[in-house]
Design a protein around this ligand. Structure first.
Ligand SMILES: *Cc1c(COP(=O)(O)O)cnc(C)c1O
Length: 370
């Protein structure tokens, strides 16, 4: 068996920026609460993606939760959500007592289909919010999604957990909607070990989410609360990792792109192999390299062959409408997301891989076509 290769593991900077910022937190005893690292990480992300304001939180899931709260989603409200995503997109809808309606993807983007979204509005005219996702670092077709939402006067939240560094027509994903969120979970393109960010041009609302995220303490000497609070803030130590990681984001995107192009070149000619769609208006961050298989070789064959040599890979997200927990909620669309789930494989996309690692992976996969 060869050395372990991960799907996507934490990759700290060669320069050790992360430890410098953590050391700073220790030296000044700003271990908690909040502090300079949190402030600078918020400024850094806001400046990087081009928004006015950002709130550093304990996870991407927490950021989605507070975004839903910020747009006023409450008990019984309907929220449109793509079916092809990680459960963390949909769970916070339930936290708010709201009702998800799942929307199919299209083959052009793998993300929420604007055509199906239109159709969904015909069935549910009274929708509180639309939650769009940019899967695997690909962008949804935002002009169309935004247009449908504007026409219906519905607020838009972007789950850009997987797409920090992705551009749609020259603008960062996460900045088209009323709110955007990013995740710094261990497997994302940059990580703080765990964490998230809520971004928006609405500075007042971001300040409000910071208030909710710190137990909703009113300004008073005693502990006074006029609203429901949460303990969702990012720690100053963890934010130090984020500040360091942000310095290498562009480098990670370039490495992820290199990995994708390596696979495409080496595996693209194999019968039945296709890759995730890269549209001309999209500059992805290539978080994961994903291929689909329509021939004799099945995704399970690839995943098992890689596993036998200690290499991690996995299927595409299993659609939410196929999940036992979400089965009771409505689903609108055809079988695009189901087909993608059946045929897709997420290939190892770890930025610490060398060319020889990539060659080893491709050799194992090509064997299956012999
Ligand atoms: C990772 C992820 C999340 C959740 O982020 P956490 O920081 O792990 O809570 C949400 N949505 C998508 C699409 C993700 O990939």
């Amino acid at each position: 068996m060869g050395d372990k290769i991960y799907l996507s593991s934490p990759h700290m900077s060669d320069e050790g920026y992360e430890m410098q910022y953590i050391q700073e937190a220790f030296d000044t005893n700003w271990i908690a609460p909040l502090g300079k690292n949190v402030n600078e990480f918020e400024y850094g992300i806001a400046a990087k993606v081009g928004v006015k304001s950002a709130a550093a939180l304990s996870s991407g899931t927490a950021a989605i939760h507070l975004a839903l709260k910020a747009v006023g989603v409450g008990a019984g409200d309907i929220v449109f959500c793509p079916t092809l995503t990680f459960s963390a997109t949909a769970n916070p809808i339930i936290y708010q007592g709201a009702v998800p309606v799942f929307i199919d993807s299209d083959y052009e983007t793998w993300n929420m289909s604007p055509v199906v979204l239109e159709k969904a509005f015909e069935k549910y005219p009274n929708v509180k919010a639309v939650l769009v996702v940019h899967l695997y670092g690909l962008s949804a077709d935002m002009d169309k999604v935004v247009e449908v939402c504007k026409k219906r006067n519905v607020l838009l939240i972007e789950d850009a957990a997987e797409s920090l560094g992705t551009y749609y027509k020259g603008k960062h994903t996460g900045t088209f909607g009323d709110y955007g969120i990013f995740s710094f979970n261990g497997n994302k393109i940059i990580t703080t070990s765990g964490g998230g960010m809520l971004v928006s041009d609405n500075e007042e609302k971001i300040a409000k989410t910071r208030f909710w995220a710190t137990q909703a303490r009113d300004q008073a000497r005693h502990y006074q609360h006029s609203e429901l609070g949460f303990n969702y803030r990012m720690s100053n130590v963890v934010a130090g990792i984020g500040r360091g990681q942000l310095k290498v984001l562009d480098q990670r995107v370039a490495q992820k792109k290199y990995i994708f192009e390596f696979y495409k070149r080496e595996l693209g000619q194999l019968e039945g192999v296709d890759f995730m769609p890269i549209n001309e208006w999209n500059e992805p961050n290539y978080w994961l390299s994903v291929m689909t298989l329509s021939g004799k070789v099945r995704p399970l064959d690839v995943m098992e062959a890689l596993e036998r040599d200690n290499i991690e890979s996995r299927p595409i997200w299993k659609p939410m409408h196929m999940q036992p927990f979400f089965a009771e909620y409505d689903y609108i669309g055809g079988d695009v997301s189901e087909k993608l789930f059946e045929t897709g494989v997420c290939l190892p996309s770890d930025t610490k891989m060398t060319d020889s690692d990539l060659e080893r992976i491709c050799r194992i996969i090509k064997e299956l076509w012999r």
